[in-house]
Design a protein around this ligand. Structure first.
Ligand code: NAD
Ligand code: UGA
Length: 467
């Protein structure tokens, strides 16, 4: 079977870029991305490619090539399902906030809604592909829903595959175009072959891994848990470096040259953010407890505990260094996105750190090259008090349109996202705008420490025990 029409339910950070790359690489396949969110679909259809709802380097070019040719964005969900021979489910799977498993288990209501939509609208043979990150054995529930819809009177059939996505935000297009691997889990060989054929347009055959359904589902959670575990490990070592005079970057280099450890994901920082690491580990923790493995659950839970601690550690440190109080003090926050090259703020370390500092009564002048003021207000659950120029009062914040504006009159600068712009700041001229004594808290270790010190600023760099 050769796939001719793909429908993807969910036009988010995964569905949009992933389908754009599939459409770009497979011009003979019609790809329709559907979503119930009209505003999001309108943004994907915006003639101005700078206004797409997801900011990713290179995404505009890919969408620009494929949209209108074989890539469509629409809210007509059932129509798109009806005409598709392959349906990807790429909807959100956040942590449950209420009820059984609240705070750990994944909320699968949107996935279930998709399965029911497919059950109602599909025609002919439909391959349903789990693209969302899901608890192991979710495919069983999806199959049950699809099979229940099979009334025997129509020529309809389904098969379910797991094809988790490993892209990282900020490098999504590169990750999609040259993936380390594509993982396909399933039972039905011809469906697996059909999906593998789509990827074979640009992914070498030996990088398309085939497993059973449950291994595929579990591999995604495990991959994120391993990645996040490295960050908590290096952040724990960073704290020890600060206490002992070691430097975490030197330690990371020393251990990373061991080919068994490898150099990637050893960058100490303000703790991991992003929509997935925490939610996926908590999901793993929930599954371990569910399957009677409390020691395994505790092991993985500690990765999240350490991460939360690291975020609070940074805000505590700022308060301590600023003579034990930040009440009424102006602090410049550089970077609100959870990492560079994305406008995504989900679980960004900046949310917890800024939240702590607001609670302490600080005035925050927040700068980020891509995050909108309305998003920051939603994340902090606090309206901005206007521009950062007129900040007053206790526990308030405003958006700064430039780094210079952010640091005007500030007692400290906190670098929380490693945006390229922050790597080459003119510390001498910034220092002249600050109130003395002035601090730089570099949670990403991106500023040049010599220049910061030469500008007469005091510096705290994550994991630097020599300071
Ligand atoms: P997202 O919130 O950006 O997008 C999900 C979209 O699905 C939303 O636009 C929502 O309106 C839509 N949706 C929900 N229910 C729907 C329904 N019934 N019909 C139509 N549309 C519906 O989420 P995301 O970041 O794209 O993540 C999607 C999945 O991919 C999650 O399971 C996530 O864990 C996983 N994932 C995310 C990333 C990432 O970098 N963000 C990477 C790999 C995997
Ligand atoms: C992560 C994984 O890298 C992807 O493979 C996965 O598909 C995705 O989660 C997902 O399932 O959502 P993402 O969260 O987009 O991707 O970005 P990462 O580059 O992994 O960064 C996550 C967080 O860890 C960021 O806050 C980043 O700043 C931090 N990080 C990363 C560090 O603090 N140190 C590092 O060395 C690397």
């Amino acid at each position: 079977m050769r796939v001719q029409r793909i429908c993807c339910i969910g036009a988010g950070y995964v569905g949009g870029p992933t389908m754009a790359v599939i459409a770009d690489r497979c011009p003979d396949v019609q790809v329709t991305v559907v979503d119930i969110n009209q505003t999001r679909i309108d943004a994907w259809n915006n003639a101005d490619l700078a206004q797409l709802p997801v900011y990713e380097p290179g995404l505009d070019a890919v969408v620009g090539r494929a949209r209108g040719r074989n890539l469509t964005f629409s809210t007509a969900v059932s129509e798109a399902i009806a005409s598709a021979d392959m349906v990807f489910i790429s909807v959100n799977t956040p942590t449950k906030t209420k009820g059984l498993g609240a705070g750990q288990a994944s909320d699968l209501r949107w996935v279930e809604a998709c399965a029911r939509e497919v059950a109602l609208a599909a025609t002919g043979h439909t391959i349903v592909v789990e693209k969302s990150t899901l608890p192991v054995r979710t495919a069983e529930a999806i199959k049950t829903i699809l099979e229940a819809a099979h009334d025997g009177s129509e020529m309809r059939s389904f098969s379910v595959l797991s094809n988790p996505e490993f892209l990282a935000e900020g490098t999504a297009i590169r990750d999609l175009e040259t993936p380390d691997r594509v993982l396909i889990g399933g039972e039905d060989q011809s469906s697996i072959d059909a999906l593998a054929e789509v990827y074979s347009h640009w992914v070498p055959a030996n990088q398309i891994l085939r497993t059973n359904l449950w291994s595929s589902e579990l591999s995604k959670l495990t991959a994120n848990a391993f990645l996040a575990q490295r960050i908590s490990s290096i952040n724990s070592v960073a704290a020890l470096c600060e206490a002992t005079g070691a430097d975490v970057r030197e330690v990371a280099r020393a251990i990373g040259t061991d080919s068994r450890i490898g150099p990637k994901f050893l960058q100490s920082g303000p703790g991991f953010g992003g929509s997935c690491f925490q939610k996926d580990i908590l999901n793993l923790v929930y599954l371990c407890r569910y399957f009677g493995l409390p020691e395994v659950a505790d092991y993985w839970e500690s990765v999240v505990t350490l991460n939360t601690w690291q975020q609070h550690r940074i805000s505590r440190l700022v308060v301590q260094k600023l003579f034990g109080t930040v009440t009424g003090k102006r602090l410049a926050i550089l970077g609100f996105a959870f990492k560079a090259d994305t406008n995504d703020t989900r679980e960004a370390p900046a949310i917890r750190i800024a939240g702590d500092l607001l609670e302490e009564g600080a005035q925050l002048a927040i700068h980020d090259p891509k995050v909108m003021v309305s998003q920051i207000a939603r994340d902090l659950k606090l309206e901005s008090s206007g521009t950062s120029e007129g900040l007053s009062g206790i526990g308030s914040w405003g958006q700064a349109t430039s780094v210079e504006e952010a640091v005007n009159g500030a007692d400290a600068v906190l670098i929380l996202t490693e945006w390229r712009d922050y790597q080459s700041l003119n510390w001498k001229s910034l220092a002249a705008r600050m109130r003395r004594p002035a601090w730089v808290f570099d949670a990403r270790a991106v500023a040049n420490p010599i220049q910061v010190k030469e500008a007469g600023l005091m510096l705290w760099r994550v994991g630097d025990g020599a300071q």
